[in-house]
Design a protein around this ligand. Structure first.
Ligand code: 7PJ
Length: 276
């Protein structure tokens, strides 16, 4: 089950860790573009040293309540960081974007994966992604970041998410994206109440049988705050439990803030699996 990301092959039958490199203005304390690029590269380098197979670079905050960012602003934030990481860190760069021009530019600069929380729904996104030839991660979100957590409702969340994702897969394949370049993500926290997130977590195997590698992100999310009663800075143990569950259920890529700790947790699962 090999997948190729800008020339780097990874076995999707194993669990890999993806480190989060945010380049939103609030993500680095002292601002300033040069500093931001420099710090993002340092962060990426450390994550790779800690065992991350991917670094995910994103310039748009999609946290609940966030407003969309202007296209040029997103390009200005993300492109210099991708270019600098591609030049100096040996890793797969994932670009967390829904914007076609950012997908194209990121691919030109060396990105290896397009990670779109809007599952290529923006006009021109499917075509842009297809033209890059890169693998794409299609994520489920109900509503938009500004409003998505206002009382989300589902008939049956696992079935609804699976149906949506397969609908997007068909759409992408019809537009020329090849089936062996698709990853799927149920989108923890994106228009989901705690019960929905837990039902999805419990049912990851059911998404697995759709036949595409899975990527999940639960690191430090509100769902873990609801379960533990802890603030965002105190959610590492819960994040590791969530990552361990994901790895046990065969998820291929686990997107996290705390790479070193998560890599250790995943190693335990992988060691058990290798023992048979
Ligand atoms: C996710 C993401 C996720 C994918 C974010 C946060 C919010 N991309 N981007 N899956 N979450 N594929 O990290 O809290 O769950 S941003």
């Amino acid at each position: 089950m090999l997948m190729t990301f800008a020339g780097r092959e990874l076995d999707m039958a194993r669990s890999h860790v993806m480190g989060i490199v945010n380049v939103t203005p609030d993500s680095f304390s002292d601002g300033g573009r040069y500093n931001t690029v420099d710090m993002a590269v340092q962060r990426a380098r450390q994550m790779v040293a800690d065992g991350a197979a991917f670094v995910d670079v994103g310039g748009e905050s999609t946290r609940p309540g966030a407003e969309p960012v202007a296209e040029q602003e997103e390009l200005d934030r993300v492109c210099p960081v991708i270019e600098a990481i591609a030049r100096s860190v040996d890793t797969v760069i994932s670009v967390d974007t829904s914007t076609p021009s950012v997908m194209r530019e990121a691919a030109n600069l060396g990105a290896g994966l397009i990670n779109d929380v809007r599952a290529l729904e923006r006009p021109g996104a499917v075509e842009a992604a297809m033209e890059t030839g890169l693998p794409v991660c299609l994520m489920h979100m109900k509503g938009a970041p500004g409003t998505m957590q206002a009382d989300p409702e589902y008939r049956h969340v696992v079935r609804d998410v699976a149906t949506y994702l397969m609908d997007r897969v068909r759409h992408c394949e019809a537009a020329g994206v090849s089936a062996d370049k698709v990853l799927l993500d149920p989108g923890f926290g994106f228009g989901k109440a705690l019960e929905h997130n837990l039902q999805l977590l419990a049912a990851l195997e059911q998404l697995q049988v759709l036949g595409y590698p899975l990527l999940v992100g639960m690191s430090r999310k509100t769902m873990l705050g609801h379960i533990t009663g802890r603030d965002v800075g105190e959610r590492l143990p819960a994040s590791l439990a969530a990552a361990t569950i994901a790895a046990l259920k065969g998820v291929s890529v686990i997107r996290v803030h705390d790479v070193r700790e998560t890599v250790d947790a995943v190693k335990v699962v992988e060691a058990m699996r290798a023992q048979g």
